[in-house]
Design a protein around this ligand. Structure first.
Ligand code: GAL
Length: 413
């Protein structure tokens, strides 16, 4: 199939040379940090080696909020990009609007149903049709710790909430910013994913997946906000608006002790020449060992005309190739979106990520990330962002935050 597509791509390009390029993809994405750009280049180079020309449409802003706003404007103007990086429920929303193309032929030819984890198929397929190609699986319940800062704080990676607080105290006493963080709603919500999960897998499921208003309004949720307030006390004064990769840089350059962030942060450490185990340590957020809150970047193909379909199919096929999935995810910090990719080329954090994902999947403790669009549609996610951020910035105490969260989510349902 791939060869057929490639030949079709070559013929099409010969026929239309000089006119609209059938073998070109315009790709909207938000991978603009150093580590993200390095991973993006793996994809770009792979496609260019297959004769597909890459038109870059980067929209900066971690988590993709700004990218999704730009996408809406492009589609409204009748000028959708060819392929778009997207997360979870956003993909399904666009499919519901009838805006996406159909990848069934490529998927059937290459047996995607057999190798893509079911949890990802829930977002890559709509009404039984493949609508996007998953490039990775990230997860949000990670902590990235400077090895030097940890050694100076006693050397033992924290396994419980109390141990975490003790290590943060020790780092602060050593003169560091204990917790590197950027004050942007999606980053606050990324920590919130892990904090909620640390209070129990049932609690995460009930409150974030089932959107059970009793769980959302519970004392356990107040405890989650109390934990957020405790974490806030270890963040420096200049955190407002800081990009996530600049927070990673604070850990990398020894200014800060740790960052609580999805495994795209590992891409920054690697891009800076650091090695897991030597320069930094990766652990699951204390209290969430055995559970995973995941998000998967997928490339959804918009219906932009028959002359673009070949290139879209080539791109989807390239993304799903096992060798590409290994090469890309080694750089990105994520793990493959298919279950049959060998872990040989992955570092220790990547190997752990693959094992954790498989184990959580088997144990029923693999959940979609609320912060990254895999637990609930954008309306609910944005309602939660507002409350979590207002509380993190001291506008609400924990009790008020619980009430506001119940009202906000109830209003968004
Ligand atoms: C996530 C995305 C990752 C990473 C991160 C920060 O939503 O899944 O690939 O790019 O945002 O930009």
């Amino acid at each position: 199939m791939l060869r057929k597509l490639m030949m079709a791509g070559v013929c099409a390009s010969a026929m239309v040379a000089g006119s609209a390029q059938a073998d070109e993809v315009e790709v909207l994405h938000w991978w603009t940090s150093g580590g993200e750009a390095a991973a993006l280049n793996v994809l770009k180079d792979d496609l260019e080696s297959k004769g597909v020309t890459w038109q870059d449409m980067p929209v900066a802003g971690g988590g993709g909020t700004e990218a999704m706003t730009a996408l809406r404007a492009r589609v409204t103007a009748g000028n959708a990009p060819t392929a778009v990086q997207m997360l979870g429920f956003d993909i399904l929303d666009w499919a519901n609007e009838g805006a996406l193309g159909n990848l069934n032929d490529v998927a059937a030819e290459e047996g995607w149903d057999d190798v893509v984890p079911v949890a990802l198929q829930g977002f890559g397929k709509h009404d039984g049709n493949w609508i996007s190609a998953p490039v990775n699986v990230h997860s949000t319940n990670w902590v990235w710790i400077s090895k030097a800062a940890l050694d100076a704080a006693g050397g033992k990676a924290p396994e419980t909430w109390d141990e975490l607080v003790a290590v943060l105290d020790a780092m602060q006493a050593n003169g560091l910013t204990a917790l590197a963080h950027g004050g942007q709603a999606w980053q606050d919500a990324t920590i919130f994913d892990a904090v909620v999960l640390s209070l129990g897998t049932d609690f995460y499921k009930q409150s974030m997946i089932d959107l059970d208003l009793d769980a959302i309004g519970s004392d356990t949720m107040k405890e989650a906000f109390d934990r957020m307030a405790t974490l806030r006390s270890y963040v420096d004064d200049n955190f407002s608006g800081r990009d996530w990769n600049l927070a990673s840089a604070m850990v990398i350059n020894g200014e800060a002790g740790m960052q609580m962030m999805g495994d795209w942060a590992k891409g920054e450490f690697l891009n800076a020449g650091q090695t897991p185990g030597e320069d930094f340590v990766c652990i699951r957020f204390p209290g969430t060992q055995g559970s995973v809150t995941f998000n998967s970047d997928q490339f959804a193909m918009f219906e932009v005309g028959d002359d673009r379909v070949e290139a879209q199919h080539l791109m989807a096929s390239a993304i799903m190739s096992p060798t590409f999935q290994s090469a890309f995810n080694v750089v990105k910090g994520s793990v493959p979106a298919r279950t049959d990719v060998p872990n040989d080329d992955f570092d220790d954090c990547g190997k752990k990520g693959m094992v954790d994902l498989a184990e959580a999947n088997d144990a029923g403790t693999l959940f979609g990330s609320m912060a990254h669009g895999h637990a609930a549609p954008a309306g609910v996610k944005n309602a939660l962002y507002d409350v979590v951020t207002a509380h993190f910035n001291g506008e609400y105490d924990s009790e008020t935050a619980v009430e506001e969260l119940v009202n906000a989510i109830d209003g968004a349902l």
